[in-house]
Design a binder for this molecule. Sequence first.
Ligand SMILES: [Zn+2]
Length: 544
Amino acid sequence: MTPAKTKSPQPPRPTRGQPRKPHRPPAKIRKALRAAAAEKQELTEQIVAGGAAAAALAAAEALGVSQAELTPTELQSWMQDMKARLETIQQHPEQNLGEIEEQIARWSQEPLRLLAQRAAQLKANATPCCCPDCQRPLTQQKYLARTITSRFGLLVIYRGYGWCARCQTWHFPADYALGLGRKAPASPYVQEMCALLTSKMPSEQACQVAARLGLDLSRCTLHREAHRQGLRALELRAQSLEQLDTWEALQQLAQHQNEGPPRAPFTLVIEIDAWNIRERDHWGQTQQLRQQGEKISRWHWVYMGTVFRLDCRGQTAGARPVITERGFVATRHGLEALLPQLYREALARGLGQAERVLVIADGAVWIWNLAQDRFPHAHQRLDLWHADEHLWSVAHDLYGRDSQEARAWVTPLLQQVREDHTLQVIQTLTDLKPRLEQAQQEKLQTEIDYLAHNAHRMKYQQIIAAKKACAQGKATPEQIQLANEPLGSGAVESTCRQYQCRFKRTGQFWSLAGDEALMGLETLWRNGRWHELFPHSKSAATLN
Ligand SMILES: [Zn+2]
């Protein structure tokens, strides 16, 4: 018999929102569950204890490392394995030297990783546990493992750390000794590769190239590490500019050029130009700001300069000009930032010793103001091809683009420019003006002004004559020197183009912090000062 539904003492139904009382399982099941929980607890304790024991063992083993070497057993097994792999290649006629290289590189990775780990551990063990700032011994010393991405794979290194009561901070002295950043996950070599690859190509490409070179780096690591190194490059740049602040440092910088045997008098060439870069300003607020009547331009100027001694300029067998040694400057931080950088580079390249200084650029007014301000005694030259372009633009305007008439009209004027008869050219243009319509007149006047402002910078005849004499084999020693002088600012323009190949790709948007840091890296590389950021790269160059 089932009790009547109405009479049975039903517990009150929980109302919505109130927690339902937990169902109490029968005693038998409760007992079984308790036993299982106890077992689990025991297991967890075992795992934790096991983990702690393994960690303690690993730490003890790491701290006991007294030699950076592989054991004979390890070496033996590596050699056997390698022998077998190379034998297999011999059995495959289609596998070539490429396969041999791949196999050796791939299967030598682990012994090299072990060796690197032990050598790094040895260095960590030998580092005194003292504060790197105040040199006092650290208290509350303990050990902690750190995993580092290295050239050979992941390394686990145990380092001692402790508290500096004076500086009120924890320190890991071995990290300093090993050249590891506070939070950076990469070894110095990997830091360098991130910086090098990312400054040369976009990070998604860099990621693939790194993988092919045997470095397993995520795009995020590459990007973040390159940015961190870029900031270090800017720090170095700021430090090098401090040399301009004290007389002694300034002397030292200028003296650098006096080292070695005395040199013949030389000309120092400074070329200046600019290009623009697109940045992510006001991202997501464009419409709103435009509606408020603000003009939004995401394009900003990058100012560049290059400095070299004329005797470092030569020609390839194909008559292409090459410059063996030169300095570069690049900044997105405006002209105020460009000025000291360019001046420092010029000093380092021999501004103080140069018999003559030559500034070459297009007609931009800011450039000549800058030249006047920082290099007041320099000889100024307008880029010949820019002057040509201005005359061609008048010709196209008058007679139509690429027309025979335009060519016929402009040719004698181009010749006059090459003969230093700029005033005659200006006269021709001025005589032409009354015959034109208002709009054309205004345009022409702009070109006349351009030529008039730059006339004193348009002296090309002597150099062209010297080049001709050289070609005919009749040049005087003076002419040989003169013929080497550039007529235009091609050297800086080609540098600008090279930077643009990296910084001005389709769909690329930068942040000011991001582009300046990466440009800092690229410039440091080009100036031959890479080793200041990555000292190991210098030793790599001298290893034999
Ligand atoms: Zn301290």
